[in-house]
Every structure is written in structure tokens, then in C-alpha cells.
Design a protein around this ligand. Structure first.
Ligand code: HEM
Length: 534
């Protein structure tokens, strides 16, 4: 037996391989047939026409031809690791989720970090949001906390997601630029979407170019619910705090690193974990009720808002340690399927319209990306607790029901049954109102928290924001868009707006933007724009 025995597949009965003349296991086809010559295809004469008899050649090329699957429509570039979550204390008063009942309990975890806008082969240090997706394999099924390293989002309603993503991805006619460099489509959309201003402040800040995944925070973004055994609900916001603290790089460093080592972040995580330097985060929560939510001018269901930590401190409830790299990047990191809809009993959704839309999108996209309904049969996606469904068949079915029974109720006394006590009970919130397409007034303030974020930054950090905005907007060709962006900045901070306007060469400050979505008329280039230096 050699090292190959551990790395290669054994026979059904656990038997060892046949060995080739040089002592290595014999190379086989995918059907297990031993291969005599993997260097030369079968043909008549040398050279000569190839023969269809050559099943080894055909299988090898066929499989290679089909190696690619669609990259994720967003967050295509990512890197993952295994680890565990350890609960600090029982949260039974707030949630019946099994994962939060027993101090010291460890739950296996897989985490995937990602950029949002770049393609799978893009570089690591783009100015971009970072995904921070955590799959906890709890004893009551998988819990996916599919978050980002920024606590707010660009849009308030999931129906705008295709628009914001189309605008940030390469433009459809020219197929450039790659995400991280400014372009008219993106800034056009942003400047027409005042609700994005808070997020834009974060994205233009140093937060958007992390030093490594190990120095990043993570956020669940939305307000979720904890629900306890008495079916009482508490609102909860989730935060991941890195034990190493927060660190970013400056833009000029990022540009150099991207050129020298586009894999900088993945190499950092690989090297840290392989050398036993396991990165760690604390999971923290902000817990509150409706009465507390009502004390704010903004709506806690609006994903463009944070709940300031000064108003409601975050409390640590457990820790996440990443201690093992996947054995195979494709099988695990590429095929892992995160879905916001994956919640165990005791964790539930709020009415945040972005979250509600996400709960549809993720299941839908996995069907396409992973090629059918059985992606939960892949080891990385399968629960690690016992599970029993009556689902069957479909492409690549590995876990069909065993025996006669594939439905219930049945008379055979066989198979699983639902459990009102143990099963997931949706929180019975009281809902009422007209069926409308609209947003509440409580979602209307788009500038206060953008301003608070900007003011909370140190002077060098504020300078970086101004430099980033100037750099990005200076690449926008259409002066209308530049000016429209400055008109929003005035509503955030006048000094910031003036600095950016001067650096862009605007001769005077435009009028402050109206928070409302502009009308078609507003979008016509105004004569005042002729004074803008190009
Ligand atoms: C992927 C976070 C909003 C649709 C992801 C991933 C993360 C993430 C972390 C990567 C998962 C992975 O590593 O495999 C977020 C956050 C959002 C948000 C924090 C806002 C708070 C949305 C919205 C939609 C959406 C509004 C659609 C309505 C998708 C899709 C993927 C994705 C389709 C690709 C999933 C895959 O192919 O595996 N998102 N997202 N996201 N997100 Fe979101």
C-alpha cells in the first residue's frame, strides 16, 4: 500500500488497486477499465485517421469538454475553508435553534469568501464588497448565513438586484471594464438610486479593499428573527468580528498587489490555515424587540440601514474557527450552494423586502448552476444530521427513498412523519395591508446614515473616500452622471462634495439631489453641464 491508496478510490469492498509495472495504481477509465496507453490515441497508420473504437480517447475528451459549469452570476470568485462554530452560552430564552442551546457545543462549518462583481478569474484586491457566506451543519439541518463584509446593501428591494448587478458588470456592448474600475453604467445607476448612498460610502472606503479575508468583518445585513420554544420572536442582527481586527490596504497598494499576485487573498488564507495559524471570528448579535425598533426614525427592515452599536451593543455568542482547507476546490468551494432560505427551527425571516427576494433567488440559481434538483446530494451541500425526504429521481439522484414507500400518509407504517413539535414553525406574524408595489415612507431617508458613516471615519480615511470617489468619477465619461453624483454627496457632506467637485473640475456645486427617484425630465442633460471641464 502506498500513499496513492489514501488518495485514490478503493473498490466497493475496500480492496486495494491493481498495481502497474512501476508500482503505481493502474490508471483506469471512469468505468474502471484498466488503461494500457494514455499517451497515444488509436488510429490507422502513424499518423492516420482516428478510430471511433477508441473508447478511452472518447471518454477522456468527452469528460474534459464538460468540465466547466456556469460561474455564479454574482460572487463568482471565491475561496472557502472548513472549520467549526463553538457556542459560548445558551440562548434558549431567545431561540430554540439547537445550535445555540449548549455552551461549548461545536458545529461543523464551511465558509466561502468572495468578491461580488468580478468573474471567476478576476483578481482578489478589487474595490468591491466581499461575500462572507457561512454554512453551519447543525443537528437540525443546514443554516446558511449568507452575508457580506459590509453591513448594508445597495438596494432596498430585491426586484432591483438584476439592475444593480447589470450596471456593475462589464457593459454589454464592449464587455469591459471589469468590475473594479469605474464606468458610466455603474455610476449612472447609482446616481439614479439614492438609496445606494450609504452603501456607496462603505464601498468607497478602505473597507472595500481588505488586507485579507482574515481581517474582515462579516454581517448578516438583514434583520432576522430568533424564535424561542414558546414561539416568541426577538429581532436579531448578526455580526462576525475578526479576532485579528480589521485591516485594509490602500488603493495604490491594491493596484500593485493585483498586478504582482492576483491570488493574494486566497494564498493568504491557504498559507495561514496550512501553517496552523487558524483564523477566528466571534459571532455577535444585536437583539431587540418591536418597541426598540419603533424608537428609530429609520426602519429596521430597510437593508440600507444599520442599528448603531452605540444604541445597541453587539454581544458575542460564539466563535468560528477555520482550520481545514478543502481537499478539492471544485468539489467543495465551487459546488457549495448557499441559500438564505436554509434556516433551522428557531431562526426566521423578517419582512425585509431584500431578504424576501433572496429567499427565491438562491434556490432558483442553484438549479441552473449545479445542473438539477439534486445538488443537496453533493457531500458539501448535504446535511450532516440524519435526514429523510420522499424526494426522488431527477438528474444524478444519489439518495432515493429505499423500499416501497415514497409518500405519506401510507398504510405500511414505514417512513418519516412530520412533527409539529420538532419541525420548523414559521413565526406567526400578523400581516395586513393592501396588495401594492410600493415602499414605505420609513425607507425614505437615504442620507443620514451615509453622513454618519462618513463622519465616523478618521481624517485619513475620509481622504481615502474622497480620493476613491474622485478616481472613480474621473473615469466616468458622461458629465451629467458626474454632476449627479456630486449632487448626492452634497446631501452627505458638503466638504466631501466640494473636494470631489474641485478635483473633477466642476466649476460650481450643483443643486443638492432630490432624494426621490428622478423623473425622465431630470435625466435630460441640462445646459449647466456645458461648463463642466472634460
Ligand atoms: C451569491 C450575499 C443580495 C442573489 C451571494 C453570495 C453571497 C451573497 C455571500 C456568495 C455565496 C457563495 O459564496 O457561494 C448577499 C448579500 C445580499 C445579497 C449579503 C444583500 C444583503 C442578493 C439579492 C439577490 C442575490 C437581492 C437576488 C435577488 C444572489 C445569487 C448568488 C448570490 C443569484 C449566486 C449564488 C450561487 O450561484 O451560488 N450573495 N447577496 N443576492 N446572490 Fe446574493
Amino acid at each position: 500500500a502506498t500513499i496513492h491508496d489514501q488518495k485514490l478510490h478503493r473498490g466497493e469492498g475496500g480492496e486495494l488497486h491493481q498495481f502497474a509495472e512501476d508500482g503505481h495504481p493502474v490508471l483506469t477509465t471512469a468505468q474502471g477499465g484498466p488503461v494500457a496507453d494514455d499517451q497515444n490515441s488509436l488510429h490507422i497508420g502513424a499518423p492516420g485517421p482516428a478510430l471511433i473504437d477508441d473508447f478511452h480517447f472518447r471518454e477522456k475528451i468527452f469528460h474534459f469538454d464538460h468540465e466547466r459549469i456556469p460561474e455564479r452570476v454574482v460572487h463568482a470568485r471565491g475561496y472557502g475553508a472548513h472549520g467549526f462554530f463553538e457556542t459560548y452560552k445558551s440562548l434558549a430564552d431567545y431561540t430554540r435553534a439547537d445550535v445555540f442551546q449548549r455552551p461549548g457545543e461545536k458545529t461543523p462549518v464551511f465558509v466561502r469568501f468572495s468578491t461580488v462583481a468580478g468573474s471567476k478569474g478576476s483578481f482578489d484586491l478589487a474595490r468591491d464588497v466581499r461575500g462572507f457566506a457561512v454554512k453551519m451543519y447543525t443537528k437540525e439541518g443546514n443554516w446558511d448565513l449568507v452575508g457580506n463584509n459590509i453591513p448594508v446593501f445597495f438596494i432596498q428591494d430585491a426586484i432591483k438586484f438584476p439592475d444593480v448587478i447589470h450596471s456593475v458588470k462589464p457593459e454589454p456592448d464592449r464587455a469591459f471594464p471589469q468590475a473594479q474600475s469605474a464606468h458610466d453604467n455603474f455610476w449612472d445607476f447609482i446616481s439614479l438610486t439614492p438609496e445606494s448612498m450609504h452603501m456607496i460610502m462603505w464601498v468607497m472606503s478602505d473597507r472595500a479593499i481588505p488586507r485579507s479575508f482574515r481581517f474582515m468583518e462579516g454581517f448578516g445585513v438583514h434583520t432576522f428573527r430568533f424564535v424561542n420554544a414558546k414561539d416568541q420572536s426577538t429581532f436579531v442582527k448578526f455580526h462576525w468580528k475578526p479576532k485579528l481586527g480589521l485591516q485594509s490596504v490602500a488603493w495604490n497598494e491594491a493596484v500593485k498587489i493585483n498586478g504582482a499576485d492576483p491570488d493574494f487573498h486566497r494564498r493568504d488564507l491557504w498559507q495561514a490555515i496550512q501553517s496552523g495559524n487558524f483564523p477566528e471570528w466571534e459571532l455577535c448579535v444585536q437583539l431587540f424587540d418591536q418597541g426598540f425598533a419603533d424608537t428609530f426614525d429609520f426602519d429596521v427592515l430597510d437593508p440600507t440601514k444599520i442599528i448603531p452599536e452605540e444604541s445597541l451593543p453587539v454581544q458575542p455568542i460564539g466563535r468560528l474557527v477555520l482550520d481545514r482547507m478543502p481537499d478539492n476546490f471544485f468539489a467543495e468551494t465551487e459546488q457549495v450552494a448557499f441559500m438564505t432560505q436554509n434556516v433551522p427551527p428557531g431562526i426566521d425571516f423578517s419582512d425585509d423586502p431584500l431578504l424576501q427576494g433572496r429567499n427565491f433567488s438562491y434556490l432558483d440559481t442553484q438549479l441552473k448552476r449545479l445542473g438539477g434538483p439534486n445538488f443537496t446530494h453533493l457531500p458539501i451541500n448535504a446535511p450532516k444530521c440524519p435526514f429523510h425526504t420522499f424526494q426522488q429521481d431527477g438528474h444524478m439522484a444519489m439518495r432515493n427513498p429505499v423500499g416501497r414507500v415514497n409518500y405519506q400518509p401510507n398504510s405500511w407504517g414505514d417512513g418519516p412523519r412530520e412533527s409539529p413539535q420538532k419541525g420548523f414553525r414559521h413565526f406567526a406574524s400578523e400581516e395586513q395591508g393592501p396588495k401594492v408595489r410600493s415602499r414605505p415612507e420609513s425607507f425614505a431617508d437615504h442620507y443620514s446614515q451615509a453622513r454618519q458613516f462618513y463622519i465616523s471615519q478618521t481624517p485619513p480615511e475620509q481622504r481615502h473616500i474622497a480620493m476613491a470617489l474622485t478616481f472613480e468619477l474621473s473615469k466616468v465619461e458622461n458629465p451629467v452622471i458626474r454632476e449627479r453624483m456630486v449632487s448626492h454627496l452634497i446631501n452627505i457632506d458638503e466638504t466631501l462634495a466640494t473636494t470631489v467637485a474641485e478635483k473633477l473640475g466642476l466649476q460650481s456645486l450643483p443643486k443638492p439631489a432630490q432624494a426621490a427617484i428622478p423623473t425622465r425630465q431630470d435625466l435630460e442633460p441640462s445646459p449647466a453641464l456645458s461648463i463642466v471641464k472634460r
